[in-house]
Design a protein around this ligand. Sequence first.
Ligand code: HDE
Length: 698
Amino acid sequence: MAENKAPDPKQRQRAEAYAPDPAGGPMTTDQGVVVEHTDDALRAGERGPTLLEDFHFREKITRFDHERIPERVVHARGAGAYGYFEPYASCAEFTRAAFLQDPAVRTPVFVRFSTVQGPRGSADTVRDVRGFATKFYTSEGNYDLVGNNFPVFFIQDGIKFPDFVHAVKMEPHNEIPTGASAHDTLWDFVSLQPETLHTVMWLMSDRAIPRSYRMMQGFGVHTFRFVDAGGKGTFVKFHWKPKLGVHSLVWDEAQEVMGRDPDFNRRDLWETIEAGQYPEWELGVQLVPEQDEHQFDFDLLDATKIIPEEQVPVRPIGRMVLDRNPDNFFAETEQVAFCTANVVPGIDFTNDPLLQARNFSYLDTQLIRLGGPNFAHIPVNRPVVDVRNNQRDGYHQEEIHRGANYSPNSLGGGCPALGTVDEGAYRHLAERVDGVKIRRRSPSFEDHYTQAAMFWHSMADWEKRHIVDAFRFELGKVDAVPVRERTVEQLAHVDHELATAVAEGIGVAAPTRTSTPDPRPSPALSLVNNQGENTIATRQIALLATDGVDAHQASVLRDTLRERGAVAEVLAPHDGTVRAADGTALTVDRALPTVAAVLYDAVVLTGGSEPGDGADGDAARRFVRNAYRHGKPVAAYGPATTLLTRLLPDEVRLSTPDGEVTADRGVVSAGTADSPFTEEFVKAVAAHRFRDRPVPRD
Ligand code: HDE
């Protein structure tokens, strides 16, 4: 798994950035004066007032007072990592972008994942879109692909962005709800703005609660352009596909995780990178020749639409691996500044009105968030190529410019000189544009229902059930009944069955029957068809043990799972060790009261004394029942199969305490933990979830 960790150009540059060595000498003030005492302020007498002349005290407090900067107005909560991108082959046929030419050239990247609605301190597992923003430090300057984990967006024109964000954010009077869309203002907006519907379908699906940042797709959303060396353009949509497949939590679980571990996704990213199990994505492109622009029944410039993969296949062009955690969250992850307008030669824009607005917004917001125009000097934002121009001064200027600061000049020898296209200069695609000034959307943007219906009809039955449940949850929290009613009427334009099921759950009248689009599924949209590699790598497996456990079997199982890349942990009612049947001790990794089933992907009952009626027993039983209810692999061997039989519904087929291995919808049991049991269990873990199980008893 571990890859070559020789420093790339970005890492070399970071290493050179000023980073004080705490061990290099004594503590000093910001002015370099050595500090003798930092625990008591200077005062007039032991019980007297603090003195204004205590410059160390005042500096320390002042610096503390100013530690925070404004959080991002959206996407405030995030986590990031460094890595690299390498193309599989030259893409010269479509684009001259240098980083897409040579498979031998690795381009350093920094990626930041985020939620959208919640503030910086909000929980990770909320129902929300996830940001997926990548900065490529290329040999031609920085290229930012600022995407999301949904391929579509809520609105068609950027001028609606403040309205949409005001509606989805916490309500202005009481700043509730944090990190949630289940409130009146969002649904009021949705019910009045049908262009939101396609993306709302994604938001109500399990895509909005990813199991891990490592297990979600990323999309550039807009149609962009590749431009080749001859100046020919090709429309392009960008896709990131995770090697581990696309996997989600279930809503009940996601809600519990918010309390148990609000850093769930952030921790997962950090820990897997620290463990050397580097997340990986494949970059794919959908390419459309310029002359085919009008071949679709939607507009390529409309960001509420996808190009179905069945219509234009996704062509893999390279892979990205994240292999380094940042050293300092604030300096790097918080201060990173992405912008859709950061493009390199060979990549260009289209007239998508959402993209055009974004090209303005990102730099504008960073001027306030990062306190001035020099944020490109911050190490994480610095290109790895030289920067030379006549831009000067401003807050936090880090360069000491010398010489002429205007162009043309003779006094500075005419420097910096301009570059040619052959030298890598950016030249915009010479697209012909003419039209009358008008505030109107093209009629080709009018259909808001066909693709929302396509998404719905592409879902497996369990995905549909989850979508209905999500609508019922969200609208069930909306106080204004007319908003509930209007939303149901909107859904009736997508699918009558969906709208009726939602209406029943939220106590409003069944919707009127209107014509709905023909079902035209795109199988690529279902999670069922995005499972990824068949592996248990990085899966979190709980081995529940109590005194009396067969230590040998339990430790062989634990070690086998670890050898295959899983994180297998022994959980017991208390920390320390459990006493094994043979008198040895089995080390406990975590005490049950500090964890819960929602933090694991699978559970094995390894035996030992039966959990009693007290809190310990309750915790163990709840652990198993929850794992089962959430569709996770559940297993037991030997005497523990008896307990499992009591906890699970009668319809589940189970082995006896000395029987052959039995596997039924992800429930694996056997007389011993030998190889047949382990192999069946590994298969179940690799399959992630089992959605069609008999209802558990309580
Ligand atoms: Fe953003 N968006 N956005 N957005 N967006 C920001 O920029 C904006 C949109 C996305 O990890 C802001 O530096 C407008 C679509 C990500 O730092 C801001 C519109 C997509 C991130 C902004 C959109 C995104 C942002 C806030 C409608 C997916 C986090 C802080 C025209 C393709 C980047 C900042 C990070 C952040 C504006 C719509 C993705 C305010 C005006 C569509 C991943 O500039």
